[in-house]
Design a protein. Sequence first.
Length: 140
Amino acid sequence: FDGRACNCGGTGCWEQYASASAMVKDYNRENHDNQVGDSREIFDRYHEGEKAAEKVIKQITEYIGAGISNILNIFNPEMVIIGGGISEAGNWFIEGIRKSAFRRAMEASQKDVEIKAASLGNRAGLLGAAAHDFAGTESG
């Protein structure tokens, strides 16, 4: 509520806290002399034991988990699939999100819910576009 400005024109949107681009902005905001260009660099630094990367990754798992807990409480889905670039970080990252979500969600809402990474990771949109059948469309 009344949080960070979003590209959509709103404020406080989940995307501004729980996305790969938000993670990069948060990391660079705190580490002026050691900037990164993408989330992969942060994950690499995390695996090297860098404290700043650990802090940002812990923070984003909490943000993503908090948003998912709201989804669980409102919609009670059977499954939540995490996509985009951060979905390729590994099971340890998804497990951090899962723990954050289940810590916040109502007990009844988290029963039998599966939270997992998208099997196509960040390639889903590209593969979908490549598979699209343009035969029935008119060329302009």
